[in-house]
Design a protein around this ligand. Structure first.
Ligand SMILES: [Zn+2]
Ligand SMILES: [Zn+2]
Length: 158
């Protein structure tokens, strides 16, 4: 079954401009674990405000990404906050409520860091043997050459 987070609007206070709070505290699955995983519940609250023909949802949630370190691949946690607003109109307002999970996934993808480090000084993995250099040096000769160094050599040969 496809997962959802439904906000029921059945007992919503009558009138325009009325609001209702929905506390959230639940584990949500990653739509694709190769993109991201979460190591904490999604928690916080969503406030719905009813206008004439639509609802405005204000999200104030937090959770924690579990992502591989960009240098050594060690699973690394990163706290994140989701603060945004979203409009809901029919047909998004269904009989059983408003499903807010799709927009939460979109927001999570926007918040994905392009780079994450387990620690600022992470040494990464040896390019030759793959050893985690945070746990000590390996036996390989450390020949760290940047592509620019190769270019320099080419110029010298001329
Ligand atoms: Zn690392
Ligand atoms: Zn090595």
């Amino acid at each position: 079954m496809k997962s959802k987070i439904l906000l029921s609007v059945k007992d919503f206070p009558k009138g325009t401009g009325t609001t209702q709070n929905y506390p959230i505290d639940q584990k949500i699955p990653s739509p694709d674990p190769s993109i991201f995983q979460l190591s904490k519940n999604l928690s916080g609250k969503v406030t719905l405000t009813k206008l004439t023909k639509l609802y405005i949802a204000s999200f104030h949630l937090k959770t924690q990404f579990l992502l591989p370190c960009s240098r050594c691949n060690k699973p690394t946690k990163k706290e994140i906050e989701l603060k945004f607003k979203q409009e809901y109109k029919p047909p998004d307002i269904k009989k059983d409520g408003i499903d807010i999970l799709p927009v939460i996934f979109e927001e999570l993808i926007l918040l994905l860091p392009s780079k994450i480090l387990c620690q600022e000084s992470c040494q990464g993995l040896c390019a030759v043997c793959g050893k985690d250099l945070n746990t000590g040096k390996c036996a390989c000769k450390q020949i760290k050459k940047s592509p620019f160094e190769k270019l320099k050599k080419l110029k010298i040969k001329k």
